[in-house]
Design a binder for this molecule. Structure first.
Ligand SMILES: [Zn+2]
Length: 85
């Protein structure tokens, strides 16, 4: 099942492009990894703002780890919204 960012992105945010390439991926390759992203790597925005492409706000993760991270965060946010704790 494909994971959706329903909790964190109630209004769909758009990633910035530069000549057809995602800016956050380009920055991760040039300023964090100093190599190309591998097929199974994803660039996560730590503050969940897709437009904040500061290298300090980007984290390179394996695809499955990224899905798991968002699942955990979704659970925490939903619990917080439902119970206030
Ligand atoms: Zn993410």
């Amino acid at each position: 099942m494909r994971y959706r960012f329903s909790v964190y992105y109630p209004q769909r945010q758009k990633y910035k492009h530069n000549k057809g390439k995602y800016v956050h991926r380009d920055i991760a390759e040039r300023k964090i990894l100093f190599r190309k992203l591998r097929k199974n790597e994803i660039v996560h925005h730590i503050d969940h703002d897709c437009r904040n492409n500061d290298p300090d706000n980007l984290c390179v993760m394996k695809y499955q780890d990224h899905i798991n991270l968002h699942k955990i965060m979704d659970r925490c946010i939903k619990r917080c919204l439902l119970t206030g704790s």
